[in-house]
Each structure stands twice: as C-alpha cells, then as structure tokens.
Write a protein that binds this ligand. Structure first.
Ligand SMILES: NC(=O)c1ccc[n+]([C@@H]2O[C@H](COP(=O)([O-])OP(=O)(O)OC[C@H]3O[C@@H](n4cnc5c(N)ncnc54)[C@H](O)[C@@H]3O)[C@@H](O)[C@H]2O)c1
Length: 450
C-alpha cells in the first residue's frame, strides 16, 4: 500500500519505518527541512533504539523516502497519516494548529480518494475538525474528491517504540467509512498475524481511548507517589508495598513505581488536555486534577530532601545528577523531572555536574547555565560531589561500583529519585542513602510528622 506520514517526530518516523518494514511504500514528509536533511544523510534526528537500522534497511530497499514537498507527499499515499505534534497551548488544551494545517494542506492538494488518519493524540471531536478543514479547502478549489477521516491513536512508548509498533498490544481504529475500514484492516493485518489486535470503534471513542489510557497510567504513578510520601512518614517501605499490591492480578506490577514524578511529551500534556476538554464539555475531572497536582509536587520532592539534609543555602555545594531524559532509552527531555531538579538546585545556589547517555546536547540547550557541567561518564559526574541525585533509571546506573563512588564523592550521600539502588547495599558500601518512600531503617519513619 502507498502510505504518506506527515510529521517525522518520534511517532511519525517510527510509524513510517515500521510500515515500510512490512512491505509498504512509505513517504515521510515534514515541514522541518533540517530533519529531512538529516534523514536523507542516513542519520536520525532522534534517539530511539532499533530505529536507525529499520530506517536504513527500508531506505536501502527503496520502500522509505523523505521529503519536505507537501504536494508530492499528499499525492503519494492513499493512506495519509497525520503524526504532527499537539503541544499544550497557554491554557493547557491540545494545540491543534499543526494537525489542522496538515488537514488544510491535504485538502488543497489531494486529487483522488484518501484515507486521512489522525495518529496524533487529539481531543474528542478533532476528526470532525479535520474533516471540515479538508472540506473547506476542497470547496475553495471548487472540486469534489472523496475522502474519509479515521482516528488511529498511537500507543508506542519512547525507548521501545519500534518493538511496540511492530508488536502492538492493541490497534485502535475509530472509523465510520466502510472503505476506510478496509484500508486500515489491510494496512495493519501484518502486525497481528498471531491474533486479532484491532479494536474497531466509532471515531470519538477512539479519540477518548488514547487520553483515557494515558490518564490511567499517570493516575497509577501519582497514586504511588503520594503513598510513598505517606510511607516515609509512617516508616513503611513503598517498594515492599508495591510488591504486595502488584501481586494482585486486578492491580498488576506495571506502572506502580514511586519516583520523582512523571514527565515526557505525553502524560503531562495529555492529562492537562483531558482536564481542559472535560471542562469545556461541562465535566470536572476531580481525580485527574489531583493527579496533576500530585505530580507537580513530586518533581520537587528530591530537592526538598536535599534541602532538609544540607540546609536551604546550597551556595558552594556541588551535586552530581545522573539522568536527564524523562525516562531511559530516549533523548526526550520534554517535561523531564531532571530539569525541575536541576533548576531547584541552581536556584538554591548549587553547581551541578550532569551525565546522561544520550540527552546531554539537548539539556545543554535547555538549561543553558554556566553552573551546570556535563560529564562524560557517571563516575566523572560524581567527582567531588556533596551528593548524587538520580533522576532517570538508565540501566547503566543500576549497579555502580559503590566503593569507588564513595571515594570519588566529597560526601557519600545519594538521593535516589527512582529507587534503583538497594538501600542495604548502598549503606553497606558506606553511602548515606535517601530513596523515595523508603525509611532509613525498616519500621522507622524518615520524616518526623509535623
Ligand atoms: N512521543 C510519544 O511517545 C508519543 C506516543 C504516542 C502518541 N504521541 C502523539 O503523537 C503526536 C506526535 O508526537 P511526537 O512525539 O512524534 O512529536 P514530535 O514533536 O517529535 O514530532 C512532530 C513533527 O511534526 C512536524 N510537523 C509539524 N507540523 C507539520 C506539518 N504541517 N506537516 C508535516 N510535519 C509537521 C514537526 O516538524 C515535527 O517533526 C503527538 O500528538 C503526541 O501526543 C506521542
């Protein structure tokens, strides 16, 4: 099948490459000429495990192409994916300007039947807006060309995006048009040979499903983060509580980790957007509002611990920060808790040495502060530090040489924002260990009640 993907970000590029991998002819288009240039050179504008090989393989097989030319892109595919960004606007609503610009562009240039697929995460009712934007552009041209608009939200996870796209848990298709349904079934058939993964529904339900999934996951995280704060006060260990409740199949182990808050390009903006679109529909989502507030607070929890340990004035103090990306295996820094942690430390007068396996260039541009140095290894970042803060659970951080770490640091103090270390092993090695929701000793509250 001939497929066009508009937008070569994390979702568009992965979708395009994986659809090409299944034998489709795919043209990826982006308005960002620099990104297209990078791709044409055989490199990637983002870091995503396994993606470079998939892109190179399919470019070499002439199934995957890149362009900035909108006319070429719209003419090329029968199925046109819109995979552009939907960042929050100043009120926290999803900003649909890129989606609607792509829709108008399709309407201005299409000459034959198209299945237009909203893959971007968009509020309920957006497919109607996309439909209207295309209709308006066609009317301006005075032509009638048949088309259908389908909702096909994406559930891939950055860091495992290729694997998730190739072996999806489910494929949500919201479509009313029978011909469009046939195209979508054909396109996704190779991804579900093992068993049916397509969940067909109406367009509005599909649009809401994506927000519901992210909102549920964010809720689990904020719930555990709040319980972690309580566990600290009560002398319980949230890691044991997590295992205790995760064993219940109704709860499960996934997404129950306490930490220093969720970030990334999806949860924060999607939670906000769902709250806002509920408000405009006359509903007030109490649970989600609390989820968002709890997460904002959680991003400051690690530095609050630092201030309790070292005092409010951190002038002359130097800290190591391990991990900048919002989660492991990505270079994405959007809404990363590490940025809040770094700013909190800087605001209190501290200096930092940060290390991340892939996200340091991006962080340099975002933090842009002479008090932040970037080290070329975790151990180099820890050199002479008063304390180490862990903000991202990269695998390479999980089992450090604790004895060497203790010798390298000025003071052997660790604030583990992702609970990746065993407190016993760290303490055994002579480190002062502070985790999230973990008391200094089992059965002893780490924070005295106020
Ligand atoms: N990143 C994720 O993990 C993820 C997962 C699921 C869903 N989503 C959703 O998918 C959408 C895209 O997310 P992303 O992370 O890939 O975004 P991104 O910011 O990485 O990429 C978006 C791309 O769209 C391009 N673009 C903007 N306007 C365009 C236009 N008119 N025509 C062509 N290209 C255009 C931009 O230049 C950019 O390269 C968002 O709605 C997001 O919420 C993201």
């Amino acid at each position: 099948m001939k497929v066009t993907v508009m937008g070569v970000g994390y979702v568009g590029l992965v979708s395009g490459a994986c659809l090409a991998e299944m034998g489709n002819d795919v043209l990826c288009m982006d308005v960002d000429a620099a990104k297209i240039e990078v791709l044409r050179r055989g490199e990637l504008p983002i870091f995503e495990p396994g993606l470079l090989e998939t892109v190179r393989r399919n470019v070499a097989a002439s199934r995957l192409h890149f362009t900035c030319d909108a006319e070429e892109a719209v003419r090329f595919g029968t199925v046109l994916f819109i995979a552009v960004g939907t960042p929050p606007d100043e009120h926290g609503c999803a900003d649909l300007q890129h989606v609607l610009a792509a829709a108008r562009c399709i309407g201005r240039l299409m000459t034959d039947y198209k299945v237009v697929v909203d893959k971007s995460t968009v509020p309920v009712g957006t497919a109607d807006q996309v439909h209207a934007a295309i209709a308006e552009a066609l009317a301006e041209r005075g032509v009638e060309v048949p088309y259908a608009v389908v909702s096909n939200p994406e559930f891939l996870k950055e860091g495992a995006a290729v694997e998730d796209f190739m072996r999806p848990d489910r494929i949500i298709i919201g479509a009313d048009d029978p011909q469009a349904v046939l195209h979508m079934r054909a396109l996704y058939a190779p991804f579900q040979r093992n068993h049916e993964r397509l969940v067909m529904m109406d367009v509005r339900s599909a649009e809401l499903t994506k927000y519901a999934a992210n909102a549920m996951l964010a809720t689990r995280i904020s719930f555990m983060n709040e319980l972690a704060l309580l566990a600290e006060r009560m002398g319980a260990d949230i890691e044991l509580v997590r295992q205790g409740i995760g064993s219940d199949p109704r709860i499960g182990y996934h997404f129950l980790y306490a930490g220093c808050g969720y970030g990334g390009s999806c949860f924060p903006k999607d939670v906000k957007a769902l709250i806002r679109s509920a408000e405009s529909a006359g509903e007030s989502l109490q649970v989600l509002q609390a989820v968002e507030r709890a997460n904002e607070r959680q991003k400051h929890v690690l530095v609050d611990k630092v201030l309790r340990r070292f005092g409010d004035d951190l002038a002359g103090r130097h800290f190591a920060l391990w991990g900048l990306a919002f989660k492991p295996d990505t270079d994405d820094l959007r809404e990363a808790p590490s940025l809040v942690i770094a700013r909190d430390l800087l605001d209190h007068g501290a200096s930092l040495a940060a290390y991340d396996p892939v996200a340091m260039d991006e962080a340099r541009a975002l933090l842009h502060d002479p008090q932040v140095a970037y080290a070329d290894s975790p151990m180099a970042a820890a050199e002479g530090a008063d304390a180490l803060l862990v903000a991202t659970e990269w695998k390479e951080f999980r089992s450090p040489d604790f004895a060497r770490l203790r010798r390298t640091m000025r003071q052997p103090v660790v604030f583990d924002g992702r609970n990746i270390f065993s407190p016993e092993i760290a303490r055994e090695a002579g480190l002062e260990y502070h985790g999230i929701g973990r008391p200094p000793r089992a059965g002893a509250p780490s924070t005295p009640p106020p």
